[in-house]
Design a protein around this ligand. Structure first.
Ligand code: FPP
Length: 276
């Protein structure tokens, strides 16, 4: 990745947090469940759509910080399959209009920040005028080599797995693969994220302790950071603080931590309770 440091462009308060980070252990991929737009608006006796509008502002701030610290991958849960099916039509069409406006107004800033935009989800089911803007923004930023901003749109993790299994069964029908030979890599290469590393850090705003059908396969070993802060109040500095917290964790991937020694079971007294 052709990236020179743009850390000096961070505002002073973000730079102060960045200076506390171990730059040799920055996450490669941060994924965010952006929640709380409705509550943000409700607290101010405003209509929900104003919360979404404010949420779109937060997106740009966070993208800019990500690009300044050279974060390779940032993935945002912008619109779930369930949002599409279960929210009132007026809210869904507002969110789609907001997305179009966001793309139209921010492509220039993405280019200034060397950000490339792409999408995951059943985007073919979105309205043609939304898809047109999405393709336009992806084309217009395709030459950028910095942060890859992935918007999850009409996305659901279970339906992503369904799509992957359908593709695998098609390979089996064509005789290209045998069912008994399927590996984790075969499933992984059919996910929408096949070309991406798994998230190291998953952030959720607004305090709910849920994954909400987001990247279920990919977050197997991600560290999870939940903040009470509502998405419209979330800024780059809060992502940096989440990264600081992430760096305090010890990632073990199912193994033992550094410094912990394995018990010598054979030397235990015979009456010690050892599961057999
Ligand atoms: C949850 O708020 C958030 C969403 C429905 C999706 C996120 C959408 C945005 C941040 C706005 C637009 C995004 C882009 C990329 C332009 P909620 O309504 O579920 O909040 P609540 O749980 O407080 O009701």
């Amino acid at each position: 990745m052709l990236n020179f440091s743009r850390v000096h462009e961070l505002p002073p308060e973000e730079l102060a947090v960045y200076r506390r980070l171990d730059t040799s252990r920055l996450p490669e991929h941060v994924a965010i469940i952006m929640d709380g737009n409705g509550r943000w608006a409700g607290k101010r006796r405003l209509k929900r759509f104003l919360g979404h509008q404010q949420g779109a502002e937060s997106v740009q701030y966070v993208v800019e910080t990500a690009s300044r610290i050279g974060l390779p991958w940032l993935t945002l849960y912008a619109f779930s399959l369930e949002n599409n099916l279960k929210r009132p039509r007026t809210e869904v069409s507002f969110l789609m209009r907001l997305l179009r406006t966001y793309l139209t107004n921010n492509v220039e800033r993405m280019n200034d920040n060397n950000v490339r935009i792409q999408y995951i989800g059943r985007t073919e089911e979105l309205d043609p005028e939304v898809r047109e803007r999405m393709d336009w923004a992806a084309d217009a930023t395709s030459h950028n080599t910095g942060t890859v901003l992935t918007l999850a749109l009409n996305y659901g993790s279970r339906s992503e797995l369904v799509d992957a299994f359908r593709a695998l069964s098609a390979e089996i029908s064509r005789g290209e693969l045998r069912a008994k030979d399927i590996t984790e890599q075969d499933i992984q290469r059919h996910l929408y994220t096949a070309h991406m590393p798994d998230p190291d850090l998953l952030i959720r705003t607004s305090g709910e302790m849920r994954i909400s059908n987001f990247l279920l396969w990919q977050i197997a070993y991600a560290e999870i950071f939940v903040t009470e802060r509502l998405w419209p109040d979330f800024r780059g500095i809060h992502m940096l603080e989440a990264i600081e917290d992430f760096q305090r964790r010890e990632r073990r991937y199912g193994g033992l931590g550094d410094g912990s020694e394995s018990d010598d079971v054979a030397s235990l007294p015979a009456n010690t309770l050892v599961p057999r």
